[in-house]
Design a protein around this ligand. Structure first.
Ligand code: SF4
Ligand code: SF4
Ligand code: SF4
Length: 301
């Protein structure tokens, strides 16, 4: 009997859905085993269709995106109520995503900047009709409701999604590995004594040597190895979009402590090299960091 599945989209860019569609012909292998009950990205379902379904009537629910609006929070809770197995799909869902970087500011400051002060706006006003309202902070979805599975990645690769769907259909475990992107990277590594960092457009990158050894900030050493090291293999440093492996509790803190060990540079020199450390070290998972949680708790108390 096919498994009843639902795909819900909270605030996000739709890239995770795109990664699923990128399975192309391999989709044909899994589609006959799925009965799609809700997927507004490709079929004109309404939220009310989902709300009307009996509790636990969906075998597997996939949630993409994070809760930036109050409607997102409602949809997440409805998905939890209707799904037997709930999957956090992509780094937005697992960790808060790029939009979590906004946790550095209060929501009122962000609204003012976005709707009233942005340089290109000619009619500054905050929309207040037919809109659900914003959440105060981005919180990783697994901090809001329980999930049975997380598939990180911005987006997860098509192979990751295929493996997870097959595991779910066959009842096999889909455990996240403790390996890093470095473990999957073919580049030669040396003992590190970095004295300077370069932007990726500066200098000439040796295609065989470790990018970090060459002074390019490659975060593969602190990032879970699920993507097959696709960026360093294409001569581009890893930005850490899959978040950390399970053994690392805070991605950016790990990166900062590692930089202390592998560079021959003072904190002041490092600060000059990375004027936006949060953006550089927590590309998709700032909302899941200790520092974001501490700041949020302080604001609320
Ligand atoms: S995880 Fe990345 S690709 Fe997926 S919805 Fe979020 S921003 Fe888009
Ligand atoms: S290039 Fe990046 S991913 Fe590859 S070994 Fe060096 S730090 Fe690790
Ligand atoms: S190499 Fe790093 S930035 Fe590139 S896809 Fe993999 S985890 Fe993301």
């Amino acid at each position: 009997m096919p498994k009843r599945v639902a795909f819900a989209q909270l605030s996000s860019c739709w890239g995770c859905d795109q990664s699923l569609v990128d399975l192309h012909l391999r989709l044909l292998e899994v589609l006959p085993q799925l009965q799609i009950m809700y997927w507004p990205a490709v079929v004109d379902y309404k939220l009310s269709d989902l709300e009307k379904m009996p509790k636990q009537s969906i075998h597997i629910g996939f949630v993409e995106g994070s809760c930036r609006t109050k409607e997102d929070v409602h949809l997440l809770n409805v998905m939890r109520e209707k799904s037997q197995v709930l999957v956090a799909w992509g780094s937005c869902s697992c960790y808060g995503g790029v939009q979590g970087l906004l946790n550095q500011w209060k929501i009122d400051e962000a609204i003012t900047r976005k709707f009233l002060k942005v340089e290109t706006i000619t009619d500054p006003r905050v929309p207040d009709e037919n809109v659900p309202g914003f959440t105060d902070h981005i919180v990783p979805n697994p901090d809001l409701v329980p999930f049975e599975l997380i598939i990180p990645g911005c987006p997860p690769t098509s192979d990751n999604i295929y493996d997870a769907v097959v595991a779910l259909l066959t009842g096999k475990p889909f455990d996240l590995p403790n390996r890093t992107v470095c473990d999957q990277c073919p580049r030669e590594r040396e003992e590190k004594h970095i004295t300077e960092f370069h932007r990726t457009y500066e200098g000439h990158i040796d295609p065989n040597k470790c990018l970090l050894d060459q002074g390019y900030l490659c975060l593969g050493f602190a990032t879970i190895g699920l993507c097959g090291a696709q960026c360093p293999s294409a001569n581009s440093p890893c930005k850490g979009c899959f978040g950390p492996p399970p053994s690392i509790k805070d991605h950016g803190a790990k990166i900062i402590s590692a930089l202390g060990a592998i560079t021959d540079m003072s904190p002041e020199e490092l600060k000059k090299m990375f004027p936006d450390p949060i953006g550089s070290f927590y590309f998709t998972d700032y909302a899941a960091s200790f520092i974001s949680k501490i700041t949020t708790t302080k604001e609320e108390s």
